[in-house]
Write a protein that binds this ligand. Structure first.
Ligand code: SIN
Length: 286
């Protein structure tokens, strides 16, 4: 096979990596090139991969220990892989159709996620990614100073809390046919993370708030926090900071949750979309 090539897909973030077969054992040189492309481009994509769940897990584990999702059961034989499914006849909203960073409700949110397309719609069902370094860098110096020492509260309660069960099941594709989500009182736990975090590998600063899991600033009320949070949510997902990925069967996307948000489009009614996601455990944001 020829040497690995990295082709950016937008000016903001995202690159396709060519000439690599992820089903095979990667040598250190191949691994280092992929790792560097991941740090440089924030989200990388591979096409035409033919992977068993075991090979998906093996590739993901090259980057760190894998997380077991607290609320979404994994595959019986590969608990580190969660199925992200919406079936053709399901009229409910999809999983991931709000801007977010994976599992930011944990003390140690995800380093990265590797999503693999097993069955994808003929068209629709793209995923959009947003560069949270840019979202921070493009703020005015005044606002950078205001948020410099702020911390924000993150919780899974809004999604997986017991009192959300009824609403979530009615609204989202969370049923026997699609995703079998667990709701629990433990979802209400709150953690605090810095609003501006420093990436442990690149040393760069990024905004670290998201609409799904961030509820307020630490020491501020929900009401006081709402205006500034809303601004930051909208700002960080401006089209200029994003790229959009069109899936094919066998595509893999690997994004860095420490500096990327993502959004799964819900525009494929009538088609099945079946994906598997591995999530790599990250460190405590600083
Ligand atoms: C996710 O939020 O992890 C799922 C993204 C997608 O289905 O495109």
């Amino acid at each position: 096979m020829s040497a690995i090539e990295v082709q950016p897909i937008s000016g903001a973030l995202g690159a396709e990596i060519l000439n690599v077969d992820l089903s095979e054992h990667l040598n250190n040189d191949q691994f280092n090139k992929i790792h560097q492309a991941f740090l440089d481009n924030l989200v990388v994509f591979f096409r035409d991969q033919d992977l068993t769940p075991g090979q998906h897990v093996r590739f993901a584990k090259r980057f760190g220990e894998l997380d077991i999702h607290k609320f979404i059961p994994g595959l019986p034989e590969n608990p580190e892989l969660i199925p992200v499914i919406k079936s053709a006849g399901d009229t409910n909203s999809n999983f991931g159709g709000i801007w977010h960073t994976d599992v930011s409700f944990q003390e140690q949110p995800a380093l990265g996620s590797l999503l693999y397309g097993r069955k994808v719609p003929e068209y629709g069902g793209d995923t959009i990614f947003s560069n949270m370094y840019l979202a921070y860098e493009r703020l005015s110096n005044g606002l950078k100073r205001t948020i410099a020492d702020l911390r924000a509260i993150h919780t899974a309660g809004q999604v997986y809390g017991v009192d959300k069960r009824q609403e979530s099941i009615q609204r989202f594709a969370y049923g026997d046919e699609s995703m079998n989500v667990r709701f629990g009182a433990d979802a209400e736990e709150e953690v605090s993370h810095p609003v501006v975090r420093i990436h442990p590998e690149t040393g760069k600063k990024s905004l670290f708030v998201n609409e799904v899991y961030t509820t307020r600033f630490e020491g501020w009320t929900i009401e006081e926090s709402a205006g500034l949070l809303k601004f930051l949510f909208n700002w960080s997902t401006r089209p200029d900071f994003t790229c959009r990925f069109r899936w094919q069967q066998g595509s893999m996307a690997f994004w860095d949750n420490r500096c990327v948000q993502h959004y799964a489009l819900d525009d494929y009614y009538g088609f099945d979309r079946i994906m598997h996601r591995a999530t790599i455990r990250g460190d405590k944001p600083v």
